[in-house]
Design a protein around this ligand. Structure first.
Ligand code: ATP
Length: 337
C-alpha cells in the first residue's frame, strides 16, 4: 500500500519557487492499478517521482508498505528503492549493452549473486516475451520491444510497486495496447501495485482500477475509474472524459430537433437498447437517437445515449420514469418546444 500524506514539492528556480505538487493526499491499495491524469504541467511527474524519492518532497510523507521513505537516507533508501520499479516514456536503456546486459545491470546493482543473474534474466525475458532478443542491442529493437526491456529491468528485483511515467506515450496505438496488456498481466500474476501517469484517458480506461485527476499540483478528483467515467464531477475530469465518451452533436442537428432531449446512461449489464425499445412500445412515444456508444471500462459496459423523445409531455415523463425504474440514469438536456 502507498500512502501519500499532505505531500508538496516546490522547485527553487532563478525566478523564485515553483509549485509542482500541492498538498496531495492519496492512498493506493496493494495490487491495484492506479492512474494519475492531467495536462502537461499539472504535477504528475513530480508526484510520481516523489513516490520513489527520485524527487525529495518539500513536505509531507510517502509511505510504501508501511515504510516512511522520507525518513530514509543512504543505504536504507537505496534498498527500499529496489522494491519500487520504474519505467519511462523514453525507456532509458544503455545503448552499448545488449538486452540481457541491460537487465543484468539492474540485478548487479542489487548485489544479486553472479550465478543467479543469467537464470533470472532468462525468466524476465520470458515474462515480457523477448527471449529471442536476448543478445540484441537496443538500437535494433522497436519502441514496444524497448519498453518490454524496460519492464523486465524494472521487475528484476521483484518490486512490490511499479511506477510508469507516460510509459506508452511514445508508442503507436497497437503497441500501446500490447504494453498495457503486459502491465495488466504483471499486475494480476505478480500482484504488483502499478501507479501510472498519462494524459490519455484510453490508457486509464484500459487498465486502471482507480484514478486521480490533477490540476495545478492538486488532486481535483479521485475514485473508481468506472464511477468517474459514468459520473465525472470536476470540469477538468469532464473534459478528459469527453476524449473517450463524447456527446457533441452539431448545433445544426440540434436546431432541427423539437422534442425533449435526454441523456441516458446504462451502467453494467443493463441492456440499454432493450429498455429503450420497451419504453417506445409501452408509452406511445417516439425515440430518435442523436448519439450513442457503449464503452467497455475494464470489460464492464457503460452505455451512453443521447436521444430525442417525441410525444405527449405526460407520456414522455412516464417513459423517463420507466427507464429510470429499469436502472437507467436519465438527464433531461432540453425540455423541448
Ligand atoms: N526540475 C524542475 N525545476 C523547476 N520546475 C519544475 C521542475 N520539474 C517540474 N517543474 C514544474 O513543476 C510543475 C509540474 O511539473 P510536472 O513535470 O510534474 O508536470 P506533469 O503533469 O508531469 O507535466 P508533463 O506531462 O509535461 O511532464 C510545472 O510547473 C513544472 O514547470
Amino acid at each position: 500500500m502507498i500512502r501519500i500524506n499532505d505531500l508538496s514539492k516546490e522547485y527553487e528556480t532563478k525566478k523564485g519557487s515553483v509549485i509542482g505538487v500541492d498538498r496531495v493526499n492519496l492512498t493506493i491499495n496493494e495490487g491495484e492499478v492506479f492512474g494519475i491524469v492531467g495536462y502537461s504541467g499539472a504535477g504528475k511527474s513530480s508526484l510520481l517521482r516523489c513516490i520513489n524519492l527520485l524527487e525529495r518532497p518539500t513536505s509531507g510523507k510517502i509511505e510504501v508498505n508501511g515504510l516512511d521513505l522520507t525518513k530514509l537516507r543512504g543505504e536504507q533508501l537505496r534498498k527500499a528503492r529496489l522494491k519500487i520499479g520504474m519505467i519511462f516514456q523514453h525507456f532509458y536503456l544503455i545503448s552499448q549493452k545488449t538486452v540481457a546486459e541491460n537487465i543484468a545491470f539492474a540485478l548487479k546493482a542489487a548485489d544479486t549473486p553472479k550465478e543467479k543473474i543469467a537464470t533470472r534474466v532468462l525468466e524476465l525475458l520470458e515474462m515480457v516475451g523477448l527471449t529471442d532478443k536476448k543478445d540484441v542491442y537496443p538500437a535494433q529493437l522497436s519502441g514496444g520491444q524497448k519498453q518490454r526491456v524496460g519492464i523486465a529491468r524494472a521487475l528484476a528485483n521483484n518490486p512490490s510497486v511499479l511506477l510508469c511515467d507516460e510509459a506508452t506515450s511514445a508508442l503507436d496505438p497497437n503497441t500501446t495496447l500490447s504494453i498495457l496488456r503486459l502491465l495488466k498481466k504483471i499486475n494480476r500474476e505478480l500482484n504488483i501495485t502499478i501507479v501510472l501517469i498519462t494524459h490519455e484517458m484510453n490508457v486509464v480506461k484500459e487498465i486502471c482500477d482507480r484514478m486521480a485527476v490533477m490540476q495545478d499540483g492538486r488532486v481535483v478528483e479521485e475514485g473508481m475509474v468506472y464511477d468517474i467515467f459514468s459520473n465525472p464531477q470536476a470540469d477538468l475530469t469532464k473534459e478528459f472524459i469527453s476524449s473517450v465518451v463524447s456527446f457533441e452533436v452539431p448545433q445544426s442537428i440540434l436546431d432541427q430537433v423539437t422534442g425533449r432531449i435526454v441523456k441516458v446512461l446504462f451502467k453494467g449489464n443493463v441492456a440499454g437498447e432493450g429498455v429503450i425499445s420497451d419504453m417506445v412500445q409501452n408509452f406511445d412515444v417516439r425515440g430518435n437517437f442523436l448519439h450513442g456508444s457503449i464503452e467497455y471500462i475494464q470489460e464492464v459496459p457503460l452505455g451512453l445515449f443521447l436521444m430525442e423523445i417525441q410525444g405527449q409531455p405526460e407520456n414522455i415523463t412516464r417513459a423517463i420514469t420507466y427507464m429510470e425504474g429499469r436502472g437507467a440514469q436519465v438527464e433531461v438536456v432540453r425540455s423541448g418546444h
